[in-house]
Write a protein that binds this ligand. Structure first.
Ligand SMILES: Cc1cc2nc3c(=O)[nH]c(=O)nc-3n(C[C@H](O)[C@H](O)[C@H](O)COP(=O)(O)OP(=O)(O)OC[C@H]3O[C@@H](n4cnc5c(N)ncnc54)[C@H](O)[C@@H]3O)c2cc1C
Length: 407
């Protein structure tokens, strides 16, 4: 239960969007003493793109700032209920580890260097030979692997459960959530955001809501900021397909998440429901003209295309049956990394968009640094590398793997 209906006038901070990022921001605002916090959500809590997430958690990145955010987030996920001070809170964490493998080629060096950087950061990582990798994931073959990395402190969790758990804990600390209320603009005076304009849907909120600070956590709908403020929002909405396959042997929850950098689609896979394999491609998806999370088609051609790659890695899985499928939309920036923090020339606004298919694993730490930024506090991790201006200034945040969801 999320708690009783509450009302709130004159908030100190308004958060737009109650996905896993907005919910994390709101909870961190409450714990950092932000005062009155109001969250506006056009739909339902956790029901945007977070609801379609594959939920994989790892600290493996080649961009050092991402490693930092992911590590801080992992530590939060590990003791989620304790941090939220709510014994019933759960992120649905499954700590099964993360395997990442490459054949000979241009990704060997990025993998080796990224693993070394993780180790230098104090993260437990190890190199495995093919036999040791098969012991962890006996349904796969590794005979073509030139390098296999293993991160034991990794796995997957549930993004919607995480969002609603943050929301419940935040409500207990006085944060007010309004579902079914869309922000339709920002009140801007003297070069500063002074509040939010809303569409009154009958949920008790409407018109102009004054606030000292506004945090936009709108994901693919962050384009609205351009209409409201003129800010450039370099974002592409990309639809991705996810399959759940029932194979000849179970993909158990004890088996690690697997990233196959040798497959054409840079596949990732994990256990789904304890027996099936959740699988999807890590390459670019279908570009949508407008942000839209309605389900797209998962054609049999696409199923066959992914199925062939699965069968090449998992012997016997050419006979796997398609158990279910769905689509989800990434908010992709030019360097596949998010935009976080204040924006140039407009005080009173903090933005978070462009998570490019890897925002869930960063959500606890991102929520904290954004709350810190909104309150004018020093941030745990410098936000300058994630600044919106980086695109205009040619300071892309690209790592050893280049643009893509590994980052
Ligand atoms: C298929 C898929 C697989 C993924 N797999 C992984 C993974 O394995 N690991 C990982 O770390 N990440 C993964 N991601 C990415 C991760 O799930 C997202 O980065 C994260 O969930 C985004 O959270 P969010 O809060 O930014 O967005 P959302 O959950 O989309 O929330 C944004 C909210 O803002 C609301 N909103 C927008 N505009 C307005 C407005 N004007 N007024 C009111 N409300 C508004 C929307 O209704 C929405 O609820 C995946 C994503 C997809 C789609």
């Amino acid at each position: 239960m999320l708690g009783p209906m509450q009302t709130l006038t004159n908030p100190d901070v308004v958060v737009i969007g109650a996905g896993v990022i907005g919910c994390s921001v709101a909870w961190h605002l409450a714990t950092l003493g932000a005062g009155r916090v109001l969250v506006l959500e056009r739909g339902q809590i956790g029901n945007g793109t977070s609801a379609m997430s594959s939920g994989i958690l790892r600290t493996h990145y080649s961009v050092p700032q991402n490693v930092d955010l992911a590590l801080r987030s992992w530590r939060f996920f590990e003791r989620f209920a304790e941090h939220l001070d709510d014994p019933e809170a759960s992120a649905g964490l499954v700590r099964c580890g993360y395997l990442i493998a490459v054949p000979e080629g241009d990704k060997v060096a990025p993998l080796r260097e990224s693993l070394a950087a993780q180790a230098a950061r104090g993260i437990a990582v190890e190199l495995l030979d093919a036999r040791a990798a098969r012991e962890k994931l006996p349904i796969a073959r590794f005979d073509d692997a030139a390098l296999i990395g293993h991160e034991p402190d990794a796995g997957f969790a549930d993004a919607t459960l995480t969002a609603t758990s943050f929301a419940r804990a935040a409500r207990r600390r006085g944060v007010v959530y309004r579902e079914g209320v869309a922000a339709t603009g920002l009140a801007i005076e003297g070069g500063r955001v002074r509040g939010v304009l809303t569409h009154d849907s009958g949920a008790g909120v409407g018109g102009r809501i004054d606030a000292g600070m506004v945090v936009s956590a709108q994901n693919i709908w962050a384009h609205e900021l351009t209409k409201w403020t003129g800010l450039p929002v370099p974002l592409v909405a990309e639809r991705h397909r996810v399959l759940a396959l029932a194979g000849p042997a179970p993909y158990t929850r004890a088996m690690p998440v697997f990233k196959d950098l040798g497959s054409p689609g840079m596949l990732y896979g994990r256990s789904y429901g304890g027996t099936q394999m959740l699988v999807s491609e890590g390459t670019a998806g279908e570009v949508l003209a407008t942000p839209d999370t309605t389900q797209g088609e998962v054609s049999m051609d696409l199923v066959a295309h992914i199925g062939e790659q699965v069968a090449a890695r998992f012997p016997g899985w050419e006979e796997a049956a398609l158990a279910s499928s769905w689509t989800g939309v990434y908010d992709v920036t030019p360097d596949w990394n998010p935009v976080l923090g204040p924006v140039p020339g407009l005080d009173g606004l903090i933005v978070a968009f462009g998570f490019s298919g890897h925002g869930f694993k960063l959500s606890p730490a991102v929520g904290r640094v954004l709350a810190q930024a909104a309150l004018g506090l020093p941030t745990d991790v410098p936000l300058a590398p994630y600044a919106l201006e980086r695109f205009a200034k040619g300071r892309m945040l690209s790592g050893r793997y280049g643009a893509g969801a590994v980052s």
